[in-house]
Design a protein around this ligand. Structure first.
Ligand code: GTR
Length: 319
């Protein structure tokens, strides 16, 4: 009897019994897309620091669903983690609107500094009341419009049927340009472009390449209208079950994954650009000022509480 109890106690205490595999979703196709690679890296660090008690398994290619679906699953605790862009979260967690605003950042250095500082921390906490704990903000470059024709002026965007993320902010921002926005998940854009359901979409170069949208829209016009970050969240239900030291290990691994993601991001931007150019994409330079002016009214429309205004200012003040 004693022996049995001793065995049972040993089994309960052994790391194998306590090991928890955290499943993490991503919509990107390539196994080494920067966000996919970064979360895998996080998993390796975490497995080490937790002595094998916590591991991460990434399911990319949208295998666990689109961004909206994985967000819902994480809120419920049915899925441990998801890496999504912040744009589809704005209706749920208002502060995530801020980094998705058009032309908010002066340049990449400004954006990265803001995400590393107090504004980044505030944004990561913005979804906790919705059951999602933010772990990392990843670089998602800048988003530009691509279409079957070059986009150089506001006149080129008039009535353009353009896919936008599932975000009211971006429906409004594109309407402000005179376009005809159509929100849809990323997985539907390729077919939408191929079948002429839409004329255009907008994204960073690595996504334009990775989702193979360049096959259907040959002109990539550098409007660079947003630098909305990608972000990694863990379900609060899962988070609350972790021991404090495990939470600290996860936070540390997430922080380390940001540096790796950025390095990979810079390399991927160059690689993807070379691929799309070789496939015949024309990169079009754009005078961005008229686009910036036209989209300005969305600030007043969406940044309508003192909290949001304060956060916008905090980002703008980052030097
Ligand atoms: C990408 C982002 C994805 C997804 C996609 C989109 O840049 O990494 O998470 O949001 O854009 O346009 O839907």
């Amino acid at each position: 009897m004693k022996k049995h109890l001793a065995l049972l106690a040993a089994a309960l205490l052994s790391p194998a019994v306590w090991a928890l595999e955290l499943k993490s979703a991503d919509v990107h196709n390539s196994d080494d897309y920067p966000t996919v690679a970064a979360v895998k890296h996080l998993g390796q660090l975490l497995a080490k620091s937790s002595g094998g008690a916590l591991t991460v398994k990434v399911f990319n290619k949208g295998a666990l669903g689109g961004e909206k679906e994985t967000i819902d699953q994480v809120k419920l605790g049915a899925l441990a983690m998801t890496r999504v862009n912040l744009a589809p979260l704005a209706a749920m967690c208002p502060k995530t609107l801020v980094p998705a605003l058009p032309f908010l950042f002066r340049d990449k250095a400004h954006m990265r500094k803001a995400y590393d500082g107090a504004p980044g921390e505030e944004i990561l906490k913005a979804c906790e009341h919705q059951g999602m704990v933010g772990l990392a903000l990843y670089d998602s470059g800048s988003r530009s419009i691509y279409a079957r024709k070059p986009i150089k002026t506001l006149a080129d965007v008039k009535r353009l049927k353009i896919r936008v993320q599932q975000s009211d902010l971006w429906v409004s921002a594109m309407q402000a340009l005179g376009a005809n926005p159509s929100p849809m998940p990323p997985g539907e854009v390729y077919t939408g472009l191929k079948t002429n359901l839409i004329d255009a979409a907008e994204n960073n170069i690595p996504s334009y390449e990775g989702f193979r949208h360049f096959e259907a829209a040959k002109f990539y016009s550098r409007t660079e209208h947003a630098m909305t970050p990608d972000a990694l969240f863990i379900s609060k239900r899962v988070w609350d079950k972790l021991k404090p030291e495990q939470q600290a290990q996860l936070r540390e691994a997430a922080k380390a994954s940001v540096a790796v993601q950025r390095e990979k991001w810079d390399a991927q931007e160059a690689k993807a650009l070379a691929i799309v150019k070789a496939a015949g994409t024309e990169i079009v330079e754009v005078d961005r000022e008229p686009f910036r002016q036209a989209m300005k009214p969305v600030f007043a429309k969406f940044i309508n509480t003192p909290d949001l205004q304060k956060l916008v200012k905090a980002v703008q003040d980052v030097q």
